[in-house]
Design a protein around this ligand. Structure first.
Ligand SMILES: C[S@@+](CC[C@H](N)C(=O)[O-])C[C@H]1O[C@@H](n2cnc3c(N)ncnc32)[C@H](O)[C@@H]1O
Length: 311
């Protein structure tokens, strides 16, 4: 069914990606994504919240790569539960929890979430900060910041500042200020097509090139506002090389104090990042980045890389 929505430009592009199984990809795109959630230990102990959910006959299993993360195994409208309304649980896709685990926030860190709305990853970072340190949650789209603000309040986060800036201005404003930065960049969303088939209907290479230019500017900005020795995670929920490996390759070409760090996340399945595209040799370090297809974990597709600034 979904096949009829896929434009030939997109199909021709996907066929060229090495080791991508198109049949499996289209099959995943046709099915709904699993429902994932995190329990909010800023409000109550994990086991207490889980017990409340069990009493309401929900069945779930632990996500191995994300602290406090679970996948729902029964049909249940989590979004209508009082626990959701009280901010005791936060609904978030299972693979979407991986970038923050890769960033590994520690209590006391000063962290920038550069593209933060509606706040899935900001609430996750806050939870791992345990109320110590500061999170700057930024997004330039005011309407999306309303959801960000409401989610952070509902989650009970108080060590957060919300800013509404273009992510590209941070180095000029603050210099090398942050211990850690997350860039969960705007992208062409090919990893979450199951949520909305219009993603493949409206996909175009022109849009990919436009996003790729913005993503490189955001990534450079994130790197430049890191303290020496600090680390950033760049993630997208898309599969194109122009929005993923090429962006990171270009950063590594322009910053000789940037290097990629290995990401170890228990049980998460992925392919290594690509080191060749359209006859262009890319930085070998990209093998340490994670290219996650929807069929790897029967969930969202993502690209994740962790970059450290030496010094
Ligand atoms: C993939 S979404 C982020 C999702 C969010 N991290 C979460 O987990 O809930 C990308 C975000 O980037 C924001 N964005 C777009 N242009 C931007 C820019 N120039 N600087 C910073 N953020 C930008 C969009 O408004 C959008 O909210």
């Amino acid at each position: 069914m979904i096949q009829s929505f896929i434009r030939s430009e997109l199909r021709d592009y996907l066929i060229k990606i090495p080791n991508l199984d198109l049949d499996l990809l289209f099959d995943c795109w046709s099915k709904p994504l699993p429902e994932g959630f995190r329990v909010n230990t800023l409000k109550l102990p994990e086991e207490y919240i889980l017990e409340r959910l069990r009493e309401k006959n929900t069945v779930f299993r632990k996500i191995s790569w994300a602290r406090y993360g679970y996948i729902l195994e029964t049909e249940f409208q989590l979004g209508t539960m009082i626990e959701h309304m009280l901010g005791l649980i936060y609904l978030q896709g299972p693979v979407s929890m991986a970038p923050v685990e890769a960033l590994d926030p520690s209590p006391g860190d000063i962290i920038l979430d550069m593209c933060a709305a509606p706040g899935s990853k900001s609430t996750q970072i806050s939870q791992l900060l345990q109320g110590r340190g500061v999170l700057v949650a930024n997004d330039p789209i005011i309407d999306r910041c309303k959801a960000l603000s409401s989610n952070l309040q509902k989650f009970g986060v108080y060590n957060v500042v919300i800013t509404t800036l273009d992510g590209r201005v941070f180095p000029k404003m603050v210099g090398e200020f942050f211990d850690k930065v997350l860039v969960d960049a705007p992208c062409s969303s090919l990893g979450i097509v199951s949520k909305d088939w219009r993603i493949v209907k409206n996909w175009s290479m022109d849009n990919v090139y436009r996003l790729s230019r913005l993503q490189l500017q955001l990534l450079r900005s994130a790197f430049d506002c890191l303290k020496p020795g600090g680390a950033l995670v760049y993630s997208t929920c898309t599969l194109t090389i122009e929005e993923n490996e090429l962006v990171v390759h270009n950063l590594l070409e322009s910053r000789d104090n940037a290097y990629i760090e290995e990401i170890k996340l228990d049980g998460l399945r992925y392919e290594e990042g690509l080191t060749e595209w359209n006859n262009l040799r890319l930085n070998e370090e990209l093998l340490k980045s994670l290219r996650i297809y929807p069929y790897h974990n029967s969930a969202e597709g993502f690209y994740i890389v962790k970059i450290r600034k030496s010094g």
